[in-house]
Design a protein around this ligand. Structure first.
Ligand SMILES: [Zn+2]
Ligand SMILES: [Zn+2]
Length: 307
């Protein structure tokens, strides 16, 4: 399929942006170094492999996409994403090697996966092609069958499926179409949002007046990004004035925790204007775990629980 034109989708600039952001994060939060070093290898592979991956999403016309967006139907519920099992399998082999070099636990997990594949009880190509948000039982069942920890298998599967779904998302929904959506589940795959981004409009149109910040949701399954109403709560739908609250940390100017006073759900929110280039959801979520602890100290609940 054709490649998107945006400069951040271009391999060298995407790798440069990833490295620069990782360096900035580690300067501020060195405790994440070991985890970042490991996952950077995965994120780099995903970018480097982009041009080799194969997906053939069903053709969706502008009218068909607009109809789905207006009705609130994620495209993957109506159209075939055209995920190619052989392409998944190739990247699966590469990611298993990366995981196998991680540490003893990961190496043993990869060995068990290999054993299960050889024994014929686990067929990764089909299994990977069936991964969807809300189908956590696929991972849970396979992890039980193979005898490894569910988060390890989920992480390995995600490393493989994410760049494929990223291509599907880019093919189906270039960002110009997403203003019609304004819902909280992902317009491409239907998954829950993983991260909020607020970012200034390019210009307010009036000299001397700062441009307004727009609010976006990011999907961590397929990389889609879409706009939502600025104050509405994704969990309970409240848009009552005074319900939308924020928690800040003094030493991290790019982050805040958005929460709802009514239902106590929260999401992590990043200021896109303080991150150069496009927000890399995987890297940001990986290095914002301390914010979850902060939120839980305040008796807030992560949005994913209800989603
Ligand atoms: Zn999605
Ligand atoms: Zn709420």
């Amino acid at each position: 399929m054709s490649k998107p034109a945006s400069s951040d989708r271009n391999e060298p600039s995407a790798l440069k942006a990833l490295n620069r952001r990782a360096e900035a994060i580690l300067r501020a939060r060195p405790a994440y170094k070991e985890m970042v070093d490991f996952y950077l290898v995965i994120f780099r592979r995903q970018i480097e492999w982009r041009s080799r991956l194969e997906v053939h999403p069903e053709t969706v016309s502008a009218e068909q996409a607009a109809k789905c967006l207006t009705e609130g139907t994620p495209l993957a519920e109506r159209f075939d994403p055209g995920i190619v099992p052989d392409s998944l399998l190739e990247l699966w082999g590469e990611m298993k090697t990366v995981f196998g070099h991680g540490n003893d636990v990961l190496r043993q997990a990869v060995e068990k996966i290999d054993d299960a594949e050889k024994a014929g009880g686990f067929v990764p190509g089909t299994w990977l092609s069936e991964q969807r948000p809300g189908r956590g039982e696929l991972v849970a069942d396979a992890a039980r069958l193979i005898g490894i920890d569910e988060p390890i298998l989920a992480s390995l599967a995600h490393a493989v499926t994410y760049p494929h779904w990223e291509l599907v998302s880019q093919g189906w929904l270039p960002e110009r179409r997403l203003d019609e959506w304004k819902r909280f589940r992902c317009p491409t795959c239907g998954g829950p949002p993983g991260l909020v981004e607020f970012r200034a409009e390019s210009s307010s149109g009036v000299e001397g007046i700062k441009p307004a910040k727009r609010r976006f949701m990011h999907c961590s399954f397929c990389s889609s990004r879409w706009t939502v109403l600025p104050l509405k709560c994704p969990a309970c739908g409240s848009s009552k004035s005074g319900d939308a609250k924020y928690l800040f940390t003094t030493d991290e100017k790019e982050w805040r925790i958005d929460f709802c006073k009514s239902c106590h759900h929260y999401m992590k929110a990043i200021d896109g204007d303080k991150v150069h280039g496009r927000v890399h959801v995987g890297l940001e979520l990986l290095t914002a775990v301390h914010l979850d602890m902060l939120a839980r100290d305040k008796d807030l609940k992560p949005l994913e629980v209800c989603a």
